[in-house]
Design a protein around this ligand. Structure first.
Ligand code: FES
Length: 131
């Protein structure tokens, strides 16, 4: 039954990644500031959407404690993106499951364009994303 659930999610483009609480991020001076980025578990991710962002962002907290930011939009068909647990890859939530490395480079699937990646830096415990 889990297989049917996964297939249904793929058909609907439903990802596992959840949005980051609206109180945990803001836009300041044209940059996105994430409070307490450590609230995103290592190996996991959260997405940011709204507040005037041009496009949703996927913030990945890697297993080796780095933070990465990508456009949360698959270049193939605009579906959202999930990290692949235990691997340094990202995967689109469509049935086609395009995959990307942490540079945003497409690895497999129909997406031929890279995922856009943003510059990030940690400052005073906050994650600052240049969008
Ligand atoms: S939307 Fe990502 S592979 Fe089609």
């Amino acid at each position: 039954m889990a297989g049917i659930g996964s297939f249904f999610k793929a058909i609907m483009g439903i990802c596992e990644t959840r949005p980051l609480g609206q109180d945990l991020w803001s836009i300041e001076g044209g940059k996105v500031v994430v409070q307490k980025p450590e609230s995103i578990p290592k190996g996991g991710a959260a997405y940011l959407q709204g507040k005037g962002l041009n496009q949703p962002l996927l913030i990945v907290h890697t297993d080796d404690d780095q933070y990465l930011s990508f456009a949360n939009v698959c270049p193939h068909g605009k579906r959202k993106i999930d990290p692949v647990a235990g691997e340094r890859r990202l995967r689109c939530c469509s049935v086609n499951h395009s995959q990307f490395d942490y540079d945003g480079k497409p690895l497999s699937g129909p997406a031929k364009e890279p995922l856009k990646r943003q510059q990030v830096e940690l400052a005073s415990g906050k994650l600052v994303v240049t969008v």
